[in-house]
Ligand binder design. Structure first.
Ligand SMILES: [Zn+2]
Length: 62
């Protein structure tokens, strides 16, 4: 699961964001680019509560 992504031209590490920042990014529906393959992605929280990014397409690179 990618932890790093580009949001609004700014590189972010998901685990370093507070819950409030994370929720705000979700609410704003900011565009997420995954640097691994420059594909579009989105914010996701795992069952264990780990903030991370996910590829929009299921056949993402990882
Ligand atoms: Zn990728």
């Amino acid at each position: 699961m990618p932890l790093r992504a580009i949001l609004d031209n700014q590189e972010l590490l998901a685990p370093l964001l507070s819950d409030e920042e994370w929720e705000e990014l979700k609410r704003k529906k900011v565009q997420v680019i995954l640097p691994c393959c420059e594909a579009r992605g989105h914010l996701r929280t795992s069952k264990l509560g780990t903030k991370h990014f996910a590829h929009n397409k299921k056949d993402g690179c990882n």
